[in-house]
Design a protein around this ligand. Sequence first.
Ligand code: ATP
Ligand code: MG
Length: 333
Amino acid sequence: MSYNITLIPGDGIGPEVINAAKLVLENCGIGFNWDVVEAGENAIKKYGTPLPQNVIDSINKNKIALKGPVTTPIGTGFKSVNVTLRQIFDLYANVRPVKTFKGIPSRFEDVDLIIVRENSEDLYKGIEHMIGDDAAESIKIITRKASERIADFAFKLSVNEKRKKVTSVHKANIMKCTDGLFINCTRKIAQNYPEIEYEEMIVDAMSMKLVLSPEKYDVLVMPNLYGDILSDLAAGLVGGLGMVPGANIGLDAAIFEPVHGSAPDIAGKNKANPTAAILSAVMMLKYIGEFSAATKIENALRIVLENAKYRTFDLGGNTKTSEFAQAVVENMK
Ligand code: ATP
Ligand code: MG
């Protein structure tokens, strides 16, 4: 059995970290047929658009993509590739596991959170306008359908990942209608999962608690804007951008990508930390049900990260991206 996967190397350090993840995947005992397609700056040069139709067709066909960071140059008038992909494939759940690894410098030692962010509505609908010259209005949309489906997603994920607790993050004390509806939905879905503990937390208190005692939290589910802010906060708890993977998941398709950007300052130098990309590949394996291969990669990665010999420059070492990937492969044998 082999899987057809759309591979989007992306911009900047994208091709380097995605190649590293690809090498690791190709050595985990499963077969892949890669459909390599270009999005971002190279695509603009070649096709006149950052998101050519063949990328969309490929994801439509394969339903799964592994993607590097893609930039949408400012001032070109093109809409963000990431936002467009999210909309086309209705990738309603953004998932970010945030975890400390032994040996990696960070402020905490035992963080192991999964942030589940609703990815389709809230203030991100972009329904905004000026009222005269001196006032502006932005409309926050929260629907029962989107709230229930993200809640159900968070609980299902908790069951699959053997998690214990879901925390629903909100500001319903102030936004009684919108956030009130959101927590009513998460509360209702929680009843279908009696084995998972459920709690609610106001977003300001949540922010404080995450920086005081992140180890007390497990799976967090929240509307789009709070998710945007808290997921970056959480990445900061575990050693930064090179360490955090992400997934955008819909009913029909899923795109896996590191959360970092294209990092042009270090692009093309074989210096980038491929951990986030490799962990994104691990999320992809879990998504397609290849749990033992996922564990195999995770274990090898953990061994490499613990070994001070293999530190990329962002973690204070000078291991090359490709050497790091090779070390992970060696440890899978
Ligand atoms: P973009 O506009 O695509 O977001 P950016 O310059 O903001 O690009 P980011 O990837 O968001 O770059 O990261 C900011 C900085 O963090 C980078 O300039 C880089 O130095 C560092 N960084 C990000 N990802 C990595 C990585 N995987 N390995 C090492 N350093 C990284
Ligand atoms: Mg950036």
